[in-house]
Design a protein around this ligand. Structure first.
Ligand SMILES: NC(=O)c1ccc[n+]([C@@H]2O[C@H](COP(=O)([O-])OP(=O)(O)OC[C@H]3O[C@@H](n4cnc5c(N)ncnc54)[C@H](O)[C@@H]3O)[C@@H](O)[C@H]2O)c1
Ligand SMILES: Nc1ncnc2c1ncn2[C@@H]1O[C@H](COP(=O)(O)OP(=O)(O)OP(=O)(O)O)[C@@H](O)[C@H]1O
Length: 521
């Protein structure tokens, strides 16, 4: 029997050949014939047979792992495309509505035109769904859609050809998930949703319940928490939730706090988003990360008060909490929709299921590093099953754009506005002169694989917590999570970001050059 192509480490293929094998192609790796032959021919008991058999089993395990990874990536993508489809549908409904009122309005104009030979073209303002005469306006705005001209009219209107653009990304054969409509009507190219737009949240009914999360072991935070609870319940009639240990602390202080609610177990915690309208954090960035990690699905808007040292994601001043909360409860609120990454650890030993049933969600980053090992980490990286590179160094950071100002920044990654959807790929101390950090688009699935021939295991950590060992053969699969973290802005997303990099990091601070001195003549 011809042995399967195995290298000395037991790996079946080199990175590049793996890269050419996508989710479906991975079945072609499955050595069904090899396994059947082995099962049919009785094992002779010789060492050769045993070695061959164990190698074949390893190949089978590898094929199963590839299938599991493909499933993870397909599920993530399905969720993402569902989200895009819903956005698209909403947009189309709005558009149809605007178009309908536009046609009705145009019909009225036609009546008027019967008595008016200078036919006037009609513009439909897509933004507010109202129609207006374009000749009474200066030019055409980009968000306005030009209606067709009347045939034979002497107006300057030209009927624009309608077309559609679509895109798809490589890596999966099931292209039905991949297509998305970029442009729609009359040649005006738009994207389905531009997430870099400033987002505003308007309450449709008054918020009823607030969850307050606090940095542990801080007396100033405890005092402020108690004061805020009193104010919110007495002045604003709100229901208050806190973490179980905080409730105990509050009750130790005074039995007056027995109206404060909490949860009893993980099951209740999982349903917290159905009860809580608003989350208030009292602490630093770590408390915002903690708050985000408590919600595995939808996250209520978070209002982060700064009681830490850096406070990159905590724009609200705790001294002014009453005014801030008054305005937040009234709305509308400017929010930053912070993207999260969902990560799956896939074990080499896994049969056909993930080691983690639930994906691990991160707001900042997932880091794969060498842990306490003194060996160079060796990580094979793939993007949608295409080979990207092999990281040889201290490790790799896969970061959100919110996390771009955290560990990724320290490792030389670029700072990116948090509303930009993308995944930062930042090496940690790469032993190479030419390894520049990368930024991938939001729709990709990244896989970081510890090769079978790695000298040591690697370690994954999630927002700086929950270290998990990745043994040779294990992989970490990461893609954009469907549930972002909405954080309230003090001003707006851009001004808050700029204030943070100026005040928090003293970005590009330099004394201004003096006026006197040499001049160009
Ligand atoms: N070398 C490094 O810079 C380094 C090393 C390890 C972890 N970290 C970061 O620490 C984070 C965990 O934060 P923590 O508060 O729980 O731990 P921590 O208490 O160790 O604080 C880490 C520091 O990072 C800052 N920080 C966290 N998120 C940030 C963000 N998005 N933008 C700018 N600064 C941010 C915090 O304000 C704090 O000063 C990790 O997600 C990782 O990004 C950084
Ligand atoms: N409610 C919580 N329960 C358990 N741990 C928490 C909680 N809130 C925050 N933490 C953890 O406590 C640590 C410190 O919190 P945080 O970053 O908010 O404070 P800080 O270090 O004073 O602020 P900064 O990071 O701005 O200096 C973080 O590691 C965070 O994950």
């Amino acid at each position: 029997m011809a042995p399967s192509k195995l290298n000395s480490s037991g790996n079946t293929s080199m990175p590049c050949s793996q890269a050419e094998n996508g989710f479906v192609n991975s079945f072609s790796l499955f050595p069904e014939k090899v396994v059947q032959e082995l099962l049919q021919s009785p094992v002779q008991g010789s060492d050769d047979h045993l070695i061959e058999f164990s190698e074949a089993l390893r190949t089978v395990a590898k094929a199963l792992r590839l299938v599991a990874e493909g499933k993870a990536s397909a599920q993530a993508e399905a969720a993402e495309w569902k989200r895009k489809y819903e956005l698209e549908r909403d947009r189309n409904l709005k558009f149809e509505h605007a178009e309908k009122s536009c046609i009705e309005h145009q019909a009225e104009h036609e009546d008027v035109r019967t008595n008016n030979p200078a036919k006037q073209p009609v513009l439909c303002n897509e933004a507010n769904g109202q129609s207006e005469k374009c000749c009474s306006r200066n030019g055409i705005c980009s968000h306005e859609v030009l209606r067709d001209g009347t045939p034979g009219s002497d107006s300057k209107m030209v009927k624009k050809a309608s077309f559609k653009l679509s895109w798809f990304s490589k890596g999966d054969q099931s292209d039905q998930y991949k297509h998305d409509i970029v442009s729609f009507e009359r040649g005006n190219i738009t994207t389905a949703e531009r997430s870099s737009k400033q987002i505003s949240l308007k309450w449709e009914s008054c918020p009823q319940t607030v969850l307050i999360l606090t940095k542990p072991n801080s007396v100033s935070v405890q005092i402020l928490c108690a004061e805020m609870i009193r104010w919110l319940s007495q002045q604003k009639n709100l229901h208050i939730y806190v973490e179980p240990h905080v409730r105990v602390e509050l009750l130790t202080e005074s039995s007056h706090f027995n109206f404060v609610e909490t949860w009893n177990d993980d099951k209740e915690l999982l349903r917290l988003h159905t009860k809580v309208d608003l989350v208030v954090t009292l602490g630093g960035d770590g408390t915002v990360l903690w708050a985000a990690s408590m919600f595995k699905g939808p996250v209520p808007p978070i209002v982060p008060f700064s009681l830490g040292s850096l406070g990159f994601m905590t724009p609200f001043y705790s001294e002014q909490y009453k005014e801030c909360l008054e305005s937040i409860l009234k709305g509308p609120i400017s929010i930053t929709l912070r993207h999260r990454l969902q990560c799956h650890v896939i074990r080499d030993a896994a049969k056909n299921e993930y080691e983690t049933e639930e994906p691990i969600l991160v707001l900042n980053e997932v880091t794969i590093d060498r842990g306490i090992s003194s060996f160079l980490t060796n990580l094979e990286c793939y993007c949608d099953n295409s080979f990207v590179t092999c990281v040889q160094g201290d490790g790799l950071i896969l970061s959100t754009t919110s996390g771009s100002t955290a560990y990724s920044l320290a490792a030389g990654g670029s700072m990116v506005h948090p509303q930009v959807p993308g995944i930062l790929f930042t090496p940690i101390c790469p032993h190479s002169l030419s390894f520049r950090p990368l930024i991938f688009p939001e729709h990709v699935t990244l896989r970081v694989q510890v090769p079978f021939n790695s000298r040591s295991p690697a370690w994954a950590s999630f927002d700086g917590k929950d270290r998990k060992q990745l043994a040779p053969g294990d992989a970490l699969v990461c893609s954009m999570a469907p549930w972002p973290v909405p954080t309230a802005c003090l001003d707006d997303s851009t001004n808050d970001f700029l204030r943070s990099i100026h005040e928090g990091l003293h970005w590009n601070l330099r004394k201004t050059q003096s006026f006197d001195g040499p001049r160009e003549t």
